[in-house]
Design a protein around this ligand. Structure first.
Ligand code: ZN
Length: 74
């Protein structure tokens, strides 16, 4: 439906399934990943480099993660 790789941060929590776009060196284009919470409570997805911190994918407003879509929307 959306087609855009952008997900409102408030819709993402541990266990959320996300699909990656092709902009990652450590994740395959279209790869599906499950959001995890670190011990400190920050969110990440497992990737080839270990843990990919979702905070680094936030847009300027801090409201959306760029480079992912919800698996249900893919
Ligand atoms: Zn990574």
């Amino acid at each position: 439906m959306s087609g855009a790789f952008i997900v409102p941060a408030k819709q993402v929590q541990p266990g959320t399934q996300l699909v990656c776009d092709g902009g990652f060196t450590c994740l395959a284009d279209g790869q599906q990943v499950t959001v995890q919470a670190s011990r400190g409570g920050s969110l990440y997805v497992p990737c080839d480099c270990g843990q990919h911190d979702l905070e680094g994918q936030l847009d300027m407003a801090g409201e959306n993660y760029i480079g992912f879509m919800l698996a249900g929307d893919a």
